[in-house]
Design a protein around this ligand. Structure first.
Ligand SMILES: [Zn+2]
Length: 443
């Protein structure tokens, strides 16, 4: 046991145990964390804040690099394997860590994987979209335990939609006592510190909606709200195409368009957290009016709602199409894509034009940020991939610097429609981890 800084750790002295490196790293956060957690709870000179931050650091490393072996932890932290094993044992006893499977090995002993205990807590993720509300319950590592999708029916008014979400989430919280927190994915302009939707361009009357406060009051669980492009990107980073990519742009194209930019592994939030509004960059200064109040935004050229509106407009003008029978409200992205695949020229042209405009906008992004990878998420790329990608890539290659495009990867997300809700659930995992640590340390 560590007694005072600089003294030895009982049980770890002797050959093959603690080596000299431990003394070198006497003041490393691991040693300090171990002292705080295991041995030094009564020390009045150490603040509770320090203990939390140190343990938080250690567990977050395991959380974000999972699954990871003791050997890999030891190598990455430059600490002895014996010391790391002791820490791991302690965290296993306290229910934070579990072993799961074996790591690939080039020979010798197989390395056992470590990860955070998936049953540390359950989480709720809500994807609040213009067309649908998707709710997932996940374990602590984001594995989906249940999934529910229902129309958001925003046309019925704000109160009706919010009531629907509150009823669904509250039912899950009452049913599953392990649920600790709620993450909400929402499009529009979000104040994520307050958990308020400041402005949702495509939905009238949706201004200054305090979703965090409403859900916390109704469900009694900690709630965080974040932009839907960012929650999608979070899911991609943990489970999808974004794993291990430091310079990454995630572009979501649904009824609206948004983006999340990771530069050197860090999410760019912007001065007030409002970075990433790709849908509202100007493509044509004199273009059509956008729901945000400006003219000629990318959204009026390439979003799902723009594609539907362009088909409707053409049908009104008498353009011949297999979609004529669906001129009313039944038009959807899916029906336009299905018609396009079956040879309908109007649908093919509308999707192709959207792809060209998206490619133009992505070329600007590539020239500005030089990403390694662009992930296209949301309903439009997933449904219309075959018709959309060729014009998109053509336009992108024509307009971006060839050196930047040379080894750029542009891929369509392979995560399912629940990706944004899962990302929202993961959003709150870190906060729950901190709360759990505080509970254990204070105990
Ligand atoms: Zn706009």
């Amino acid at each position: 046991m560590v007694k005072e800084s600089g003294e030895t750790i009982e049980g770890l002295t002797g050959p093959g145990c603690v080596d000299d490196r431990l003394k070198v790293h006497r003041h490393s956060f691991l040693e300090e964390a171990y002292r705080a957690f295991a041995c030094d709870r009564q020390d009045p000179t150490r603040s509770a804040d320090m203990k939390e931050s140190e343990f938080s650091h250690l567990l977050k490393l395991i959380y974000y690099q999972r699954p990871i072996s003791r050997t890999a932890l030891s190598e990455q932290l430059d600490l002895s394997l014996g010391y790391v094993s002791l820490l791991v044992k302690r965290l296993q006893e306290d229910g934070f860590l579990v072993e799961g499977g074996f790591a690939e090995s080039s020979g010798g002993r197989r390395r056992i994987h470590l990860q955070l205990n998936p049953e540390l807590a359950h989480l709720v993720g809500v994807d609040f979209g213009t067309a649908n509300i998707r709710v997932v319950v996940t374990d602590f590592l984001g594995k989906v335990l249940s999934f529910e999708k229902s129309p958001s029916a925003t046309y019925r008014g704000k109160d009706s939609s919010l009531q629907l979400v509150c009823d669904q989430v509250n039912a899950y919280c009452k049913e599953d006592a392990a649920i600790r927190a709620i993450g909400v994915s929402h499009s529009g302009v979000i104040n994520h510190e307050e958990g308020t939707v400041l402005f949702w361009p495509r939905v009238q009357g949706w201004e200054r909606v305090p979703i965090k406060a409403i859900l916390e009051q109704v469900c009694g669980k900690r709630t965080l709200v974040e932009d839907s492009s960012r929650t999608m990107a979070l899911a991609e980073q943990q489970f999808g195409e974004g794993k291990g990519i430091k310079n990454l742009v995630h572009v979501s194209v649904g009824m609206g368009i948004g983006s999340a930019v990771f530069a050197n592994g860090r999410l760019c939030l912007g001065h007030k957290g409002l970075a990433g509004e790709l849908g509202h960059i100007t493509i044509d200064e004199d273009g059509e009016l956008c729901s945000c109040g400006n003219r000629g935004c990318l959204e009026v050229f390439a979003s799902g709602s723009a594609m539907i509106e362009k088909v409707r407009s053409a049908l009104r003008k008498g353009v011949i199409s297999s979609l004529t029978a669906q001129e009313g409200s039944a038009l959807t992205i899916e029906s336009i894509v299905a018609a396009g695949r079956a040879g309908d020229r109007l649908s093919q042209n509308v999707i192709s034009e959207a792809g060209t405009h998206l490619g133009t906008a992505l070329a600007d992004i590539v020239n500005l940020l030089n990403p390694q990878k662009i992930i296209l998420g949301g309903a439009v790329p997933q449904v219309a991939q075959n018709l959309l990608m060729e014009p998109l890539m053509l336009s992108l290659r024509q307009r971006a610097f060839s050196h930047s495009v040379h080894d750029l990867e542009v891929v369509v997300s392979r995560l399912g429609e629940e990706a944004s809700a899962v990302g929202a659930a993961l959003l709150v995992a870190e906060k729950v981890l901190e709360e759990e640590l505080r509970r254990k340390v204070d105990r």
